[in-house]
Design a protein around this ligand. Structure first.
Ligand code: NAG
Ligand code: NAG
Length: 370
């Protein structure tokens, strides 16, 4: 971690570290022993020294072979231990650092879009070392993206939720050969729940709000979250979600591949997500068709409500929504919002260690907005 000055920053550091330890503890407790990492499976290549270093736990021998990946700023100041990439995802093939003193040696530099000043004054220095690649990190949808001028032809690799990014970031369900027969649907005492923290109209939430206002006329929805009075403590977040039969996994804005943690959470804890976002087909690229309900499966909010009420009375039909669990394992949910970027950063590390090719990310915004 970077040096921090002053007692308040120090204290903040301790709190964040503690929070990290607790949350990781929880994740470990929940998901042990089946170690579930959402990241792409590593395919060993016998000829590569980097991979040799990885397959041998004593990494010191080949440590200098690992590409140095410099995180220029911590996204939203959500810090974590880089060693978590190894601990949770078995990713250890790059040298992650936030030490800007290593800039001239860094093979890759991750730059967080939202932190870039409008006048570009806080970008890494130019000229950059000729071998160095800059990675554009951005996880928001186009609706929530500032078009900061001057970035169009500056980066080499894109790191985004989009599948056509150079480095796509996504929680994934992992296949399993030996069927899991142990899953038990958690006890339910609520029918439909929704936890909403963001209700800012400028973020594109209008579509989901219009739908919701109609939907709630026909079915009881239990609301939680910052946007409403009932604030949920993070300790209660997933247990609460698990106690609902259905969860409204409504994205704030609708874009291809913009399918976020909002669906991963309910899938992980054993609740049926009712999704609003890109078309069903797009969801089915990532999660099985029979694991979720799409609002577009119904002509209107009323028929969706009627279908859920009918499922509430039909245990067998409801249980079918969990059959996928036999052969797929969900990713653990994010316990804290502060873990939002861990996956992106670890994924970037793994990617650049295996892909050293020259690349330019031209016309960034044309790609992103069109
Ligand atoms: C790892 O590599 C080192 C140095 O090449 C070697 O001495 C050691 O025995 C190896 N360990 C394993 C577990 O293969
Ligand atoms: C990275 O992209 C920049 C801007 O397009 C380009 O000038 C540079 O040559 C690229 N470098 C590498 C190593 O890919």
């Amino acid at each position: 971690m970077a040096n921090t000055n002053g007692p308040s920053l120090f204290r903040l550091g301790i709190i964040i570290t503690l929070a990290g330890v607790i949350s990781l503890g929880i994740m470990f407790f929940w998901f042990s022993p089946s170690k579930n990492c959402p990241l792409p499976v590593f395919i060993p290549d016998r000829n590569s020294e980097i991979n040799f270093a990885k397959s041998n736990n004593s990494v010191t021998e080949n440590a200098e072979e690992k590409p140095i990946v410099l995180l220029w700023v911590w996204p939203e100041n959500d810090r974590f231990e880089f060693s978590d990439c190894k601990k949770f995802c078995d990713i250890d093939n790059c040298h992650l650092t936030d030490d800007r003193a290593l800039y001239n040696d860094a093979d890759d530099v991750i730059v967080f879009h939202k932190a870039i000043n409008w006048d570009l004054s806080n970008l890494p220095p130019s000229p950059r070392p000729p071998f160095q690649r800059w990675i554009w990190l951005h996880l928001e949808s186009p609706t929530n993206t500032k078009r900061i001028p001057g970035l169009e032809n500056l980066f080499n690799l894109t790191l985004s939720y989009r599948q056509d990014a150079d480095i796509p970031v996504r929680m994934r369900l992992m296949t399993r050969k030996k069927p899991n027969e142990d899953f038990v649907i958690p006890k339910k005492d609520k029918l439909v729940c929704w936890i909403v923290s963001n209700n800012d109209p400028s973020t594109g939430v209008d579509t989901r709000n219009v739908f919701y206002r109609e939907f709630r006329k026909y079915i009881q929805v239990t609301l939680f979250g910052k946007a409403y009075a009932k604030f949920l403590d993070y300790n209660d977040y997933y247990p609460t979600m698990a106690s609902c039969k259905f969860y409204l996994a409504f994205e704030n804005s609708i874009h291809k591949d913009y399918i976020t943690e909002k669906i991963n959470g309910p899938l992980a804890v054993g609740t049926v997500p009712v999704v609003l976002g890109p078309p069903r087909r797009n969801y089915e690229n990532f999660v099985p068709a029979e694991s979720f309900i799409h609002v577009n499966d119904f002509p209107d909010a009323k028929s969706l409500a009627e279908y859920l009420l009918q499922l509430d009375k039909d245990e067998d039909a409801y249980h079918k929504y969990f059959n996928w669990r036999k052969h797929l394992t969900p990713s653990p949910p994010l316990i804290f919002q502060t873990q939002e970027f861990n996956l992106a950063i670890c994924t970037a590390c793994d990617h650049v260690a295996r892909h050293r090719e020259y690349k330019e990310a031209h016309d960034l915004y044309e790609w992103y907005f069109n």
